[in-house]
Structures are given as structure tokens and as C-alpha cells.
Design a protein around this ligand. Structure first.
Ligand code: URA
Length: 355
């Protein structure tokens, strides 16, 4: 209560007074449904009257009503795939308040490690650290106080990823560098890095989109339901994880298995590209549209690109790449397995020199 007296209970302290309610009361005219409703709500909130809950068909008090609504909201969040808390308070990035935000810092203070919620800022810092002094000395605005700022410099994170990936001289080094890379916020919510599985010396490499919950638990790609289907598909053409290498565009599980954002894919792309270059397979198989679009650069849907052969520049040589349907899609659309079967036969023929 900000010095206002509750108009319904003048002697009571009112925590529910809102300027918007006052605005509604001030509406011209004697009868306004909105104003009337607002008054009733205000009165009820001030008194904390029991209210009728049509679901439970009984009168309940406001506190238990609030608790019920809050728990329903949590269930809704869980069902919508929200399974991690990234900040203590919500940030309205679209509302009018967004324009009132102070400018975002270009880089984090070098001395203090940033919390996970400031991934972009940390990426900017590691990128800045790699720059010549003249570039680094660009004055940064003061750090933000208050709730988790959004990543500050996406392009800095992408450049930091490119530099980090380029620095890896072997797959082991790449995995170590990736494990220490702080430029992608997904790392903060994932349990572990999911780098690769299978034989890095294999002639064929399969690349999917991003780990799911089981991959996140085990730290290996394609070990969940779609992984088991992938294993069966590979076995059908005489392949297994000793004769194939498996990775993903994104090496950390997106929270709730949500689709990775374009920025997250962009940040992770240099790493998978370097992984392909270092593994140096003869044939690259892109599983699903996201991997195909990220690696081959196609804009068309997977139904148009699947089964087609492309040339892929690893950085040291040109290899053959093919797109096929993602096993997760095949689990939902079993009829499409016949298309994937054709693609796998073509992969087998390419590996045995048949086409
Ligand atoms: N889907 C993917 O794209 N990758 C995995 O590792 C698992 C499921």
C-alpha cells in the first residue's frame, strides 16, 4: 500500500491497490461494466472473501485458489517443455518495458566470471580476450543490475566458436575445447556434453540435430528411441557404431527438447564442421532437415532434399553428402521408412563403390 486508503475498508491496510483499478474507477459516466467488475474484484481481494470455485463446486478462499492456479501453471509449463529455471524473475522482452532497458554491456568485466544466465556476455568476454588490445579497449557500458540480461553479442559468440573450433588439432582436443566453451547458453541447462559416438575412423558419418533426454543422461548421441531405430537402420545395411561415426549439430540438449534457436545452431556449427573435417569421412549423412540445412545449406524441406547427393567441402577436401529422414520422424511416420530404406541402400552402394 502506497499511502492510499482502501475505499472499501478505510481502516485496513490494502496490498491490492493498483493504479489500473483507479484508472477504471475514474472512467466518465455512472455505469461502466469494467469499472464495476474492477470494484468487485478489488473489494473481494481486499477482504480475501471466499469465492465459488466452479471446478470444485465449493467455496474456497483466495489463497488456496491462488495455490491451485499456480500449480496448474507449473503443470502447463512442464507440459510445454519448460524444465529449467534460467532466471529468478521473468523478463518481458516484448512489452513496453523492453524499450526502457538500459543498454546491454558489450562484454563482461574480465575479473568476475559471469553467471550462466549471462552466457552471451561471457562469450563476448572470451572473444574480447582473444582480440588485440586496441579492439578490447572499446569502452563498455556499465554492467546491468537486475534480472538476467539477454545474450549481449551473438556475433561475438559465433566468432569465438569459430576461433575455438579452428584451434582444435584433433577430435579429442575439439571435445575438450567444446567442453570448456561458454558461448552457448545450452551448456548451462544440459547435464553434459554429447560429443560423438562410434568410430571416428569410419568411412561414414551420421549427423543429427541435438541430443534428447537419454543422450543428455548418457553423454552419447542417438541412444534413445530414435537412436535405437537408427541402429536398426544401420544394421540393415551392414553398419554399426564400429563402422560409423555419429554426432549432432548441437552438442547440448536444448531444455525440454525444444528446437534449437538459429543462433544456437550458428554458434555450434563451427564445432560440428571441424568435427567432420577432423574425422574426415568419405560420406556424410545428414539426418533430418535441421542437419541438412545447417551443413549443406539447403533451404528446401527434407522431402525434397532426401535421397539427393551433394558435395560437401570439409575444409581439406570435397566429400559426398546425402540427406535422409530423421529417425524421430520415422517413429512418428512409419510409412516414410520405405523412403529412408531407399536412402540407406544408396548409402550402402556408395560405401561399397557401387555408385
Ligand atoms: N535426435 C538427434 O538429432 N540426435 C540425438 O542424439 C538424439 C536424437
Amino acid at each position: 500500500m502506497t499511502g492510499k486508503t482502501c475505499r472499501f475498508f478505510p481502516n485496513a491496510r490494502c496490498d491490492n491497490w493498483k493504479p489500473s483499478n483507479v484508472a477504471a474507477r475514474k472512467k466518465p459516466g455512472t455505469v461502466s461494466l469494467l469499472a464495476d467488475r474492477t470494484r468487485q474484484d478489488e473489494a473481494r481481494a481486499c477482504r480475501r472473501d471466499p469465492i465459488y470455485d466452479p471446478n470444485q463446486k465449493t467455496m474456497i478462499d483466495i489463497d488456496s485458489q491462488r495455490a491451485r492456479v499456480a500449480s496448474e501453471l507449473l503443470v502447463f509449463y512442464l507440459e510445454a517443455g519448460v524444465d529449467a529455471l534460467l532466471g529468478e524473475s521473468p523478463v518481458d522482452r516484448l512489452g513496453s518495458g523492453a524499450t526502457e532497458d538500459p543498454p546491454r554491456p558489450a562484454e563482461a568485466p574480465a575479473s568476475a566470471p559471469a553467471p550462466p544466465s549471462q552466457q552471451g556476455t561471457r562469450a563476448a568476454a572470451s572473444f574480447a580476450a582473444a582480440q588485440p588490445a586496441a579492439v578490447r579497449s572499446v569502452e563498455a557500458p556499465p554492467p546491468l543490475a537486475g534480472p538476467s540480461p539477454a545474450p549481449a553479442a551473438p556475433e561475438a559468440a559465433v566468432m569465438a566458436a569459430r576461433e575455438a573450433a579452428r584451434a582444435a588439432a584433433s577430435l579429442d582436443e575439439l571435445a575438450t575445447i567444446l567442453a570448456g566453451f561458454e558461448g552457448c547458453a545450452l551448456k548451462a541447462t544440459a547435464s553434459r556434453l554429447v560429443f560423438a559416438d562410434g568410430n571416428p575412423q569410419a568411412a561414414v558419418m551420421f549427423v543429427g540435430e541435438a541430443p534428447g533426454v537419454e543422450e543428455d543422461r548418457e553423454g552419447l548421441p542417438f541412444v534413445g528411441r530414435s537412436g535405437r531405430l537408427l541402429d536398426r537402420m544401420m544394421a540393415a545395411v551392414g553398419l554399426d557404431r564400429s563402422s560409423a561415426y555419429v554426432g549432432n549439430i548441437i552438442p547440448w540438449r536444448p531444455p525440454g527438447n525444444r528446437t534449437p534457436t538459429p543462433l544456437e545452431s550458428q554458434i555450434c556449427l563451427p564445432f560440428i564442421m571441424r568435427q567432420i573435417e577432423l574425422a574426415d569421412p568419405d560420406i556424410l549423412v545428414c539426418l533430418g532437415a535441421p542437419a541438412t540445412q545447417a551443413l549443406i545449406g539447403t533451404k528446401e524441406g527434407i522431402m525434397r532434399t532426401r535421397g539427393r547427393w551433394f558435395s560437401y567441402q570439409t575444409g581439406t577436401r570435397e566429400i559426398r553428402a546425402v540427406a535422409t529422414l530423421h529417425p524421430a520422424y520415422l517413429l512418428r511416420q512409419p510409412l516414410a521408412k520405405r523412403l529412408a530404406w531407399r536412402d540407406f541402400l544408396a548409402i550402402k552402394a556408395a560405401l561399397t563403390g557401387g555408385s
